[in-house]
Design a protein around this ligand. Structure first.
Ligand code: SF4
Length: 881
């Protein structure tokens, strides 16, 4: 792409390289960077749609104090004054920062330096606590350091890839595509360990739908099996590890079949596959980490790799993949409350001296601060008097989300830095700071394989927005720390970060990028992606840790960790008989502040939903597409019912993305108790007992509208953008007295021509609004979820003026004969709908690849290929009957 800027995707931890070029219309051209070693030109649906998310719609463009526009000086002075006053009156522990894996490393570095070095407390934690803190704790227990041993190439060199608690196909799609390509090329075997059937299971050799949280039992049984069948690497255990006997004893005490609910034959099949393949990579993600025994799960996995010596060599090793784009960068700078900068530790006096002297920070915090859940509990208890939230949305994403919301309401002073004017968290800010967004930011991020890449700006920073690092440094200066927070820019911060990493290191600490300690602006601008470690004098190359069997423990030996099975506190009861699992969907990112800006990404799944097994649905009188109320003692949500055998009986699943901005009651964080892992502080987000009931709506409706519907007065609504307008699902228990008035108000069409169809006896109402032939919107109401062609109706919003007969046809809610209606979108990359795919199959495309050749669907990121496979099977079956 001519004139493109090389940058990095801001979504998941794969860290794909992106080529980006600004368009005149405010959008951007986007392509995968063929030279980036994470993706070699590939992008997933989210990355592909990045150019549609950079508009200024909804952006926060100037500072605000108490909802009034303010200038930067006033806002920054007020923040410095409030933080300084709180510290003076209540001590440094009375203030806190809550930051994000969206922050660039340079932002993270100065935030950590200000809190831990100069305020003198360690109350800075990050939303990465919710993502991978258990992996950090597990790595440190086993290796003495938070080290990801391998790299992405190992996935391609492995003979067996075990995916644990990872829906790689949807959550790390480009990595999944690399795995599938390797399978195609060399027959890699794939095992998926996940309580539910996901897109990742399609094409796996083995899927183990174990009971939620029982991974420790499964890997314990594997360790015992390896010992019993002579598959251990005794030399490696003797020469490079400690603690094997205790770990094996705990493993032998495990009854895996009972704990996991798996058939003995399924467990045996997994054991056999692991035992016979030397090159094994075990990838794990949030399904492992987000658990009260997440750290034990990590160590149970690592134990099996250590016991077989399968670590540090090509094609083998345990591999934690992070959710966020810069979770790893946050770990490097000590963005977690319990770590110091540059992978150093509070518990080591030498580390505290190194950091304190380097920063010239006599007040350096001496002990860990509050982790995310405890931090917000301290806010609720009134112990935190001043809180600064950056680039994250805790009112939706944390467990006990309603308590978090109430805590912010009652906090003395809350600062929020964000790119968006309206989020559920922004509503509670005393001071609102406009931040630079992706495309405008300048700095570095680190992906899951320890590869540091540049995020480069290709758009001007709009309005009065400023980068996070600048905001933090300005507050630091105003608090009296001018010298420590005067930087020429991100390059100077990166250079300082690199310098600290190499200080008194000499290979004693894993994180070392000392080679860049003196980097200048030109070299920083030209920096190409590299993996750490890269010590002073080194040159960039592919890196792998532990090849020589040396670890970062005092005796240089890895530690086996005994992992006895512990029961979760979250067990089902009579009043909460179903276990709720939460997670991500293919086309959304976190709390949707960016991905919901593009219709393309809202077309696949546009509403919050609950996946439930047919048996559990029938027991509650739930039919497909009914609404259901999901409740726990902490709160309730309203979700669309998706009945599927992908869920086991007794278990349900809901996505974590929806917020109060896009649905009336879709915040699943409000349901979840904040039980945390004792080692990592990471909350259990995958196992919450809930009750599910049918929501007896009297009416269901669907609308498309050029204007954004405001104040929808129904119990349930879910809003999504469409090209040229909006789409809205709504339902309620009390019908409006006048549906026509309701339609006019909802569509913002007071003076428009309103065509109407009414069948009161059957609760069937249809309205279409026009202004001089221009389609303004339509609204459909029924006693059941309305069966209209949503994609076709949304497509009319951008259409030409309509004549009288076309206007009447809108009321039918479906395209007439001979008019294209491609149906619900399946492939977001090329916007290919279900009807087009079905037509291609009927015309002879009998495989997923053939459908791809005919329509393009599934040929970019490939994360819809499993769904296309399902349509191929269903269509062929229908035509065979
Ligand atoms: Fe971005 Fe998708 Fe790559 Fe993740 S896999 S970094 S979301 S393009």
């Amino acid at each position: 792409m001519q004139g493109a800027t090389r940058t990095t995707c801001p979504y998941c931890g794969v860290g794909c390289g992106v080529l980006a070029r600004a368009n005149q219309d405010g959008t951007a051209e986007i392509a995968g960077d063929p030279q980036h070693p994470a993706n070699f030109g590939r992008l997933c649906s989210k990355g592909t749609a990045l150019g549609e998310t950079v508009s200024l719609d909804g952006r926060l463009l100037y500072p605000m104090i108490a909802d009034e526009r303010a200038d930067w000086d006033r806002a920054l002075d007020l923040i410095a004054q409030k933080f300084t006053a709180a510290i003076a009156a209540h001590g440094p522990e009375s203030v806190a920062f809550y930051v994000s894996g969206q922050c660039l490393t340079e932002d993270y570095y100065v935030a950590n330096k200000l809190m831990k070095g100069f305020i003198g407390a360690a109350n800075i934690d990050t939303n990465s606590r919710l993502c991978m803190a258990s992996s950090v704790a597990g790595h440190k227990r086993a290796f003495g350091s938070d080290t990801v041993p391998g790299n992405y190439a190992d996935i391609e060199l492995a003979d067996l890839v075990v995916l644990v608690g990872s829906n790689l196909a949807w959550c790390h799609p480009v990595l999944h595509q690399r795995l599938l390509a390797a399978r195609e090329a060399r027959g890699t075997r794939i095992v998926v360990i996940d309580p539910r059937g996901t897109a990742t299971c399609e094409g796996a050799d083995l899927h183990l739908p174990l009971a939620p949280g029982s991974d420790v039992a499964l890997f314990n049984s594997l360790l015992a099996h390896l010992a019993d069948t002579g598959r251990l690497d005794q030399d490696y255990i003797a020469d490079h590890t400690n603690g094997f006997e205790a770990a094996l004893a705990a493993a032998r005490a495990t009854d895996a079949a009972t704990a996991t609910g798996l058939a003995p034959a399924q467990i045996a099949a997994f054991h056999a596959l692991f035992a016979v393949h030397e090159r094994v990579v075990t990838i794990y993600s949030q399904g492992v980490n987000q658990s009260i025994n997440g750290t034990d799960k990590v160590n149970a996995i690592i134990n099996c790799h250590l016991a077989t010596g399968r670590i540090g060599r090509p094609g083998m090793g345990p591999f934690s993949v992070t959710g966020q784009p810069n979770a790893m960068g946050g770990r490097e700078v000590g963005g977690l409350a319990n770590t110091l900068a540059a992978h150093m530790d509070f518990s080591d006096p030498v580390h505290r001296r190194i950091v304190g002297e380097f920063w010239r920070a006599p007040l350096l915090a001496r002990q860990p601060g509050l982790m995310a859940v405890d931090l917000f509990r301290a806010v609720a208890a009134g112990k935190i008097k001043a809180l600064w939230i950056m680039a994250t949305n805790p009112v939706d994403s944390l467990p006990e989300a309603n308590a978090v919301r109430d805590a912010l309401k009652n906090c003395d002073f809350v600062v929020v830095s964000d790119v968006m004017r309206n989020t559920d968290t922004v509503a509670y800010a005393d001071v609102l700071l406009p931040a630079a967004a992706w495309g405008e930011k300048d700095g570095t991020v680190t992906n899951s394989e320890r590869r540091i890449s540049r995020q480069r700006p290709f758009l001007p920073i709009p309005g009065e927005a400023k980068p996070d690092w600048w905001q933090i440094c300005e507050v630091g200066k105003r608090m009296g720390f001018t010298e420590a927070f005067t930087y020429a820019g991100p390059a100077a911060i990166f250079s300082e970060h690199a310098d600290l990493s190499g200080l008194e290191n000499s290979g004693t600490r894993d994180f070392d990028i000392g080679a860049h300690a003196t980097i200048d602006q030109a070299s920083y601008d030209a920096l190409i992606p590299f993996q750490w470690p890269l010590p002073s004098g080194g040159t960039a190359h592919e890196t792998r840790f532990f090849a020589h069997g040396k670890f970062f423990t005092p005796d240089l030996r890895a530690r086996f960790v005994a992992t006895p099975v512990r029961a979760s506190a979250n067990t089902v009861t009579r009043n909460a008989p179903l276990l709720l699992n939460t997670g991500r969907i293919r086309d959304q990112w976190h709390t949707m502040t960016r991905t919901a800006k593009t219709p393309r990404l809202m077309n696949h799944i546009g509403e919050p939903f609950l996946e439930i097994h047919p048996r559990d649905a029938a027991a509650r009188g739930l039919a497909p597409a009914d609404l259901c109320e999901v409740s726990s003692p902490l709160g309730s949500v309203l979700l669309r019912t998706l009945i599927t055998t992908r869920q086991a009986p007794g278990r349900v699943f809901a996505p974590m993305h929806w917020t109060g901005q896009y649905a009336s009651k879709g915040r699943v964080g409000a349901l979840i108790a904040a039980h945390v892992d004792p080692h990592s502080g990471q909350p259990e987000l995958k196992r919450m007992p809930v009750q599910v009931k049918h929501f007896a709506a009297q009416f269901h409706g669907f609308a498309v509208s050029i204007k954004k519907p405001l104040d929808t007065p129904t119990e349930y609504w879910a809003l999504a953008p469409a090209r040229g307008g909006w789409r809205l699902e709504f339902s309620g228990t009390k019908s409006p007295a006048d549906w026509a008035a309701f339609a006019r108000a909802l569509l913002g069409a007071d003076n428009a021509e309103l065509l109407a169809y009414r069948d009161t006896a059957r609760t069937n109402y249809r309205f279409a609004a026009f202004a001089g032939g221009q389609f303004l919107g339509a609204l459909f109401v029924g006693a059941e979820p309305v069966a209209v062609s949503r994609g076709w109706l949304a497509g009319l919003l951008l259409g030409p003026l309509m004549d009288a007969s076309s206007r009447l046809a809108v009321l039918a809610g479906r395209a007439g004969q001979g008019i294209a209606d491609q149906g619900a979108i399946v492939c977001a990359c090329f916007e290919v709908g279900r009807n087009r795919i079905t037509d291609a199959i009927v015309a002879g495309a009998q495989t997923v690849s053939a459908v791809g050749a005919a329509t393009g669907a599934g040929t970019n990121c490939g994360s819809c290929r499993a769904e296309i496979g399902g349509i191929v099977d269903a269509t062929r079956l229908a035509h065979a009957v």
